[in-house]
Design a protein around this ligand. Sequence first.
Ligand code: PLP
Length: 396
Amino acid sequence: MFREPPPTAGLPLSWRDFLPSTASFEAELARFTGNTSTQITCSGTAAITLALATLKKTSTRRNVVIPAYTCPYVPLAVNRCGLNPVLCDTRAGHFDFDFARLKTICDQDTLAVMPTHLGGRVADLQAASDIARQAGAYVVEDAAQALGAMWQGQHVGSVGDVGCYSLGVGKGLTIYGGGAATAGDAKLQELLRITHDEIASLKLVWETRRILELAGYYLLYRPSGLKLAFGIPLRKHLRKNRLIEAAGDDCSPDFPLHRVGSWRKSIGTRALQRLPEFIAQTTIQALRRKSLLEAISGIQVLGDNPGDKGVWPYLLVLMPSEQARDKALATLWPAGFGVGRLFIHALPDYPYLSFAQTDTPNARDFAARTLTISNSPWLGEQDFKRICTVLEHSLA
Ligand SMILES: Cc1ncc(COP(=O)(O)O)c(C=O)c1O
C-alpha cells in the first residue's frame, strides 16, 4: 500500500498559503476563536507556559490542577514555570475531571484549574469553573486539540480566564510548531503580552527549522507522502515496541520557547480561511462514522454534552477491555489505516515524569481501553469498513 491517511484530520496546506498576507494572524485567530486578542506562541506547550507564567505573577499560589490523563507536555510546562502540577483523576470512562475529586483537591494553594478538551471533545466548563471559582483559582482551558469547538454557544478557550490552543503538526490548523494564548480580561491580555516578550525571543535557528518543516509538511501531507513521513517511522517504533515514541509521547522538559516569525504567521492566516469549511466537512464524516461504530455492540465513541459542538480530528473509541483494545490495535495500528492511540499512559505512569501521586484508577483505565481512528477525509470508506470488521472480531 502506497497511500496512507494521517492519524488526525489536519488541514492540508496550499501553495498559495506561502504567498505574503497583510492581515494580522493574531487578529484573525482572535476573531475565529471569539476573543478580542491572541498571543501567538511557538507551540501549545509554550501557550500553556505563557498562561501559567502570567498568572503566577498575580498570586502567591503555586498549584495547578490538571487531569491525570492528558498530554505529558502539560505537567512539563507547569514545572517549567516553577509551579506544582497536581493530578485530579478523570471520571470513569472519560478524560474530563472527576468533579467530586476536583472539589477535594482545590484549596487556597490552587493557582489554576485546567479543564482540557481532548480530541475535539468539549470538557464540562461549568462544573470545573464553579469549583475553581469557589477556591479562588483561575480557569485555564487547555484547548490544544479543540480549536474551533464550541461550549454552550461560546468558543472553547474563550470561557476560562485564559485559553490555550495548539497549532502543532497534526492539529486542525498548523504552522508546524505553533500555539496561541488568549484572555478575555484586558489586564490579563496585557500581562500575557509582556510575559511573552520576557520568555520568548526570536531564535533564528528554530524559526528556520520550522519554516523548512512546514514546507516539508506541505509536500508530504497527502496520502502519497504520509507513508514516508509518518507510516515508516511509526512501524519502526512499533516493531521495537516503543509505544511512547509511536504515539509521539516522548516529551522533553527542554521544549523550545521562541517567537514565531511573520512568514509562518501569514501562512497561518491564509490557511485559517479554509478551516471553517474543513471543520464542517469533517464533522459530517465523523458523525456518520460515529454511528456506524456505535452499532458495534460494546464499543463507545466519545461525543459531546447537549449544547456543545466539538470538532473532529479523530474518533476517540472506548473499548470494553484492554485485551479487546490491544487485539484490535495489533492488526490496525501498523496497518496504515489511521488507527492508533492517544496518550499511552495516565500521567503517573510515564517513566520520565516523577509523580508520587498514583491514585488515578479512572485515568489509567481510560489509557488502557482507548484507541483513535483518524477522521481525515483521506481515510476511504473501504478502509473504514475494514476497521469496523477488525473491531468486531476483536470483541468476539
Ligand atoms: C491536551 C494537550 N495539551 C497541550 C499540548 C501541547 O501542544 P503542542 O504539541 O503544540 O506543544 C498537546 C499536544 O498535543 C495536547 O494534546
